[in-house]
Design a protein around this ligand. Sequence first.
Ligand code: ADP
Ligand code: TRP
Length: 327
Amino acid sequence: MPTYLSGIQPSGLQHIGNYFGAIRQHIALQEEAGEHFYFIADFHALTSVRDPEELRTYTRETAVAYLALGLDPEKAVLWRQSDVPEVHEIAWLLATQCGMGLLERAHSYKDKTAQGIKPSVGLFTYPILMAADILAYDSTHVPVGKDQVQHLEMTQDMAGYFNNHYGEVFVRPECLLASTKQAQKVVGLDGQKMSKSYGNTIWIFEEGKKLKKIINKIVTDSRPPEEPKNPDELFLFDTMSLFMEADKVNEWKEKVRAGGEGAPGYGHLKGAIYEAMEAYFAPARERRKELLADPAEVDRILAAGAEKARARACEVRARAFTACGLR
Ligand code: ADP
Ligand code: TRP
């Protein structure tokens, strides 16, 4: 039986790129036969979030986002990474086998330090902790975005180093890459990939006037509505496609292509995106509010998740300790 596992960093409020690129796939998988493990990677977020109140808020908001967007705690285990300290013990075992060269080749360390994140030892060794996150639960399938593929390959390598030396202890996981265009790259307000670090995000639960204002920030040019345009060159339509059926999007595209009297201007198109997004997340927005009003319920779900996750991590740790002579 497959064991699906993934983690998401509470390094900010989750945006629609995180939703279409990761969260949606995680939640959809709970319908597949197998076990489902999802955790809030708060240890990892410490590499970039230095304010304790912020970390607490983002951690809660991330858990609430998963639940509001449809994660069912009866089907999937949801917990906070820091509630399972055994991952650090497993990370140490992997660290003793992992060569420096492997970490030195990691793109994410270079990318993140280039964005101004402190080049801490924690950030450098992050792939080891991530490998432990995966191997600690005997995960077989790890749904992640393209940017995490290298980390998955490093996890496979680390499992291999350990197993070659000590015998078959860790299960070698497979990477599950979402194949749709949306899942691979949601564009931000400026047409670049949407990312917390580029300040071009739309928060999943934004609503009303604020949402309208943000959508109005999508970058366009100053051509007038009547000028015919090639809709494929307007990334505005990529955002529209996230929330609207393809035939509706095509109707808008045709009007833009035709131009002339009565053709929609950019403001008009942004208004349509606003309405579609507002409606798309309306039920989840309401559930988020209910969950935030009942923090004890969220705590109960996370505690129950941590208990199940920890039981598995303890089994795997025992196997690994025995194999390498610690017991
Ligand atoms: P950010 O770039 O905002 O810090 P993360 O690196 O924390 O986002 O990404 C968390 C998950 O969301 C990853 O699996 C990543 O692939 C996915 N993701 C992030 N941004 C996008 C995007 N713009 N399009 C598609 N997926 C994304
Ligand atoms: N590194 C992942 C990210 O930044 C988050 C993460 C941490 C993760 N541990 C994991 C993802 C284990 C999958 C499996 O998005």
